[in-house]
Design a protein around this ligand. Structure first.
Ligand code: TXA
Ligand code: MG
Length: 347
């Protein structure tokens, strides 16, 4: 445990934060739930080895019980404890990208209960790159781990600040640890090694190109066709604001906004390019300019969607993103946010 001490001292947490973490660990040991920060989004955590605590997560999130949870660990040496038959290429990615926004789907060990995996024989594991999350895991000890989905209601936008969690779940969770705004702002990349060769189940904080260059081989993009693998992010309507969200090309964006405004709708237009310069003004249209690079766009996206949701627009119109792999995760989230089961197609 010398290692643990070293990490906690190095993490730069204040005494007050350490005290909070000690209290949070106690709640978790007693079967409670704690929301905690990670570098991607806030997680809603419970002790992996306690099925009653795990059930609380499903109840709080109103999530179907066959949708598996990601298990968070603090050290790569714990991987053997929770997973088995780990391929070399999975070790390679774990060594390369952990702690970081990458989840590996592996064969579960017998220590992972059915409640965590929805009965599947695989388990999703990652080491989060956040000092509060790591200190919490270290305080719990090496034979514990935290099952944690994003700390939002099923299908809604993931929280990227403690205030988001408070707004949505405060009454339901036992404690919320505040670790500031999440640095990445989008969920982890999920890659499955369950049947050995790597398959991308969800684009996220680590670019596919970075995975491919670490592996020196291509990764199959399986996330649009994963009907048989139960990844909740693969349901079409997900990560969704309450306000209907539509994506239009740069060319049609303002025409569509003006047409909706002409029908009496209040419209929020979210762009990233400099298209806005010469646009007509209309009292019913509010314009917001997002960063033109995917890293900062990704950091801000969920917080902005929440903010605009609260401003009670009739529509959010989003400028289509560049067709470039570095925008893959953001494009994926916006497409799911825009999905309307009453439309025949995604906008
Ligand atoms: O960045 C993240 O991954 C955040 C933070 C809190 O770590 N967590 C997160 O969890 O996004 P959640 O539950 O909202 O999304 C996890 C996704 C779900 O779509 C789930 O179905 C999938 O991971 N998943 C988990 N275990 C799986 C497994 N064994 N096989 C296939 N998919 C799995
Ligand atoms: Mg989620």
């Amino acid at each position: 445990m010398e290692n643990t001490q070293y990490r906690q001292n190095k993490s730069g947490l204040s005494v007050a934060q350490q005290d909070q973490i000690t209290a949070a660990a106690q709640i978790l040991r007693e079967g409670g739930t704690v929301a905690f920060p990670t570098e991607t989004v806030y997680g809603l955590g419970a002790d992996v080895t306690n099925p009653d605590a795990i059930n609380k997560i499903y109840q709080i999130k109103q999530r179907p019980i066959d949708h598996p949870l990601i298990v968070h660990i603090s050290d790569i040496s714990h991987l053997h404890y929770w997973a088995q038959a780990i391929p070399d290429s999975a070790w390679l990615l774990a060594n390369h990208f952990w702690p970081g926004p990458l989840t590996l789907i592996l064969q579960r060990s017998r220590r992972i209960p059915d409640s965590v995996t929805g009965g599947q024989d695989s388990v999703g594991l990652r080491i989060p790159a956040h000092p509060v999350a790591l200190a919490l895991l270290d305080t719990l000890g090496p034979e514990k781990a935290l099952a944690a989905p994003s700390a939002n209601r099923f299908g809604r936008i993931s929280p990227t600040t403690a205030a988001h969690v408070r707004e949505e779940l405060a009454a339901a969770v036992d404690m919320i640890l505040d670790g500031g705004a999440c640095e990445v702002g989008l969920e982890s990349t999920i890659i499955s090694f369950y049947d050995q060769s790597p398959k991308l189940l969800r684009p996220g904080g680590i670019a596919v190109s970075a995975l491919e260059s670490a592996l020196d081989s291509p990764v199959m993009l399986a996330y649009k066709i994963s009907q048989t693998i139960r990844t909740s992010g693969s349901l079409p309507a997900h990560y969704a604001p309450e306000t209907p969200l539509k994506i239009y090309s740069t060319k049609h964006l303002w025409d569509r906004a003006l047409a909706l405004a002409a029908q009496g709708s209040r419209v929020l237009v979210m762009t990233w390019s400099d298209i806005d310069q010469s646009q007509p003004s209309d009292q019913s249209i509010q314009h917001f300019s997002m960063p033109a690079d995917p890293i900062t766009y990704g950091q801000q996206l969920y917080a902005k969607l929440r903010q605009f949701d609260q401003a009670a627009f009739d529509y959010m119109i989003v400028e289509a993103l560049p067709d470039n792999p570095s925008w893959l995760a953001i494009t994926d989230r916006l497409q799911r946010a825009s999905y309307n089961p009453f439309d025949n197609k995604q906008n």
